[in-house]
Write a protein that binds this ligand. Sequence first.
Ligand code: HEC
Length: 130
Amino acid sequence: MKFLLLSALVLVLTLVGVVIARPENVDKIPNGEVYSCDTCHTAGGGSPRNPFGLDFHANGGVWNHALAVEDSDGGGMTNGEELLDPDGDWSQGDADPGDPDDVTNPGDPDDDVQIDVESSTWGRVKVEGP
Ligand code: HEC
């Protein structure tokens, strides 16, 4: 009976271990909890990896300068600009840089902020209207 209980306990701990082992990835990138699993997955934890998730994996599962200066989602901002650590200086365990409200998703090109409009264009928009 004791053996059965022990086996059951080991089984439960193993299952829990499998389930919680992956989400620790959230702690391996700056501001990882803002988009949580969707920073790297397309539709929640365990779903296929988005472009940033694929690059994160290809980079050996670490956040560093090389990953920070890439633009994984091709949206016009680097991963580091999106996660507010442009040079990849942040290490696991450090406080999250910047204001979480400014974080965008490095795996989603649609939320990249594009500020490439010439000031002359703005002048025309103001004078001539839309
Ligand atoms: C920083 C990127 C990152 C974040 C954030 C992240 N994951 Fe993942 N996850 C990966 C990568 C890369 C893999 C596949 C390769 C591997 O084994 O590391 C993976 C694999 C998995 C798997 C295994 C199934 C599979 O498709 O291979 C599960 C389950 C999973 N993640 C759950 C989660 C959950 C739940 C969260 C959020 C709490 C999360 N992940 C957040 C990068 C991430």
